[in-house]
Design a binder for this molecule. Structure first.
Ligand code: PLP
Length: 446
């Protein structure tokens, strides 16, 4: 191209200088005098609170005790919870077919979207293939959902304690995060009054995580209806993070199945229920029976999905068979295991002085409250969990990582014997640091 232009110009008897300035009009500009390459504002504003807290901890395990990490929300780390054979077979066949080595459409193959729609469709909240967007894990689903609903300067409502990704994404996009309280004494139900008090005309999305990470709580139908009423009163759409849906030990309908008017983007994926977080398959289910999102939000999601192509095409190729062929017994076994481990952990820690576990009913977590007044050796939950590693080689995530100090979170996917051993060590640790309540002045007077 450049050569052509040059030749034409010489033939036309023009000077090259003239030509270049004609092609690229010069304007007086200053040249950079030195290198100065800085991270963008977005990069600087991207902060993962879990990393920020954990990386700042001095984690030096006791060399006499093997480490037990109860902190990692990845059910595959101990090898005790393999996925089902049908899931693996579907993937192997997808690879062998050689049909899924190319690029898929940015929102996913139609057939795979249809499979997800069929799997989650119910009479109260029917879904078509066009209501499904496949993404790289539930994380990308959340990213797209926040991105399509919110502008810089808007605010979103996020549960506290809650999954930290919401804040990480929102803050990096210039969106204000307002934390609404969950109530441990009410099995982590939402403090509805508090939630409603935070809404204003700049609130563009309400995030509801059900079942919850980090609480392991599951909302009942009545409570979900109450949440919907608040959203409906203020015309705020909901981002329902339902990645742990069906990993429950009590009934909990999806938010969309209860909504008559509130539009909902439900985010989910294969990571937890099918025990394959590394496969990075997620989705958004668009529930919009009253056409409030309309075509604009749908088109917005399609446009955003084109920024990068989302889900891996091989997993997409396997998706229909994963959803249709996984036997019910696999789901039941996982739920049974998580229930039994949660019960062990709850009953073991309930009798430990100074600890207050809150019994979960879903997902794969249990939150444990620390009576800090009885542990004067420690400044806070971070200090407490750090010292627990030093003395007992047990690592639990301090709930400050979820903006909820004086608690820690335990992941209940570890093998049962490890859970028992970890609880015994936590007991020993607490017993050696626990200080009983000091006698009050009345006692002293007697
Ligand atoms: C509540 C919640 N939402 C979303 C995710 C992200 O899921 P994925 O691994 O599919 O991106 C997690 C992962 O731990 C989670 O706990």
């Amino acid at each position: 191209m450049h050569v052509c232009i040059y030749v034409l110009l010489v033939v036309g008897d023009l000077t090259i200088t003239n030509t270049v300035s004609a092609l690229y009009p010069t304007k007086s500009k200053s040249r950079r005098q030195r290198w100065e390459v800085k991270p963008s504002e977005m990069a600087n504003n991207t902060l993962n609170p879990i990393r920020a807290i954990v990386d700042g901890m001095k984690l030096t395990p006791n060399p006499d005790k093997p480490m037990i990490a109860l902190s990692i929300g990845d059910p595959t780390v101990f090898g005790n919870l393999p996925t089902d054979g049908a899931v693996l077979q579907a993937m192997k066949d997808a690879i062998d077919s050689q049909k899924y080595n190319g690029y898929a459409p940015s929102v996913g193959y139609l057939q795979s979207r249809q499979a997800v729609a069929n799997f989650y469709s119910c009479p109260e909240a029917p879904l078509e293939a066009e209501d499904v967007i496949l993404t790289s894990g539930c994380s990308q689903a959340i990213d797209l959902a926040i991105s399509v609903l919110c502008n810089p300067g808007d605010n979103i409502l996020v549960p506290c304690p809650g999954f930290s990704l919401y804040k990480t994404l929102a803050v990096s996009m210039g969106i204000e995060v307002r934390l609404y309280n969950l109530l441990p004494e009410k099995s982590w139900e939402v403090d509805l009054q508090h939630m409603e008090s935070l809404i204003d005309e700049k609130t563009s999305c309400l995030i509801v995580t059900n079942p919850s990470n980090p609480c392991g709580s599951v909302f009942n139908k009545k409570h979900l209806q109450e949440i919907l009423k608040v959203a409906s009163r203020h015309c705020v759409p909901i981002l329902a993070d339902e990645i742990y849906c069906n990993m429950v030990r009590c009934s909990s309908p999806s938010l969309a199945s209860l909504s008559s008017d509130v539009p909902i983007l439900s985010c989910g994926g294969l990571a937890k229920r099918w025990l394959v977080p590394g496969w990075r398959m997620g989705w958004i289910l668009i529930h919009d029976r009253n056409d409030i999102f309309g075509t604009e939000i749908r088109q917005g999601l399609v446009k955003l999905s084109q920024r990068i192509l989302g889900a891996c095409s091989i997993v997409q190729g396997a998706l229909e068979r994963i959803l249709n062929n996984t036997p019910q017994s696999f789901y039941n076994n996982t739920i049974g295991f998580l229930k039994s481990n949660s019960e062990i952990c709850f009953s073991e820690l309930s009798s430990v002085p100074g600890l207050n576990p809150v019994m979960p009913s879903g997902a794969m977590y249990i939150m444990v409250g620390i009576d800090m007044d009885h542990f004067p050796d420690f400044k806070n939950d971070v200090d407490f969990t750090e010292q627990l590693v030093t003395e007992q080689s047990v690592f639990c995530l301090p709930a400050s990582a979820f903006e909820y100090p004086n608690f820690f979170r335990i992941v209940v996917t570890v093998p049962e014997e490890m859970m028992l051993e970890a609880c015994a060590r936590i007991r020993e640790f607490c017993q050696s640091h626990y200080r009983p309540p000091s006698r009050d002045s009345n006692d002293l007077d007697q």
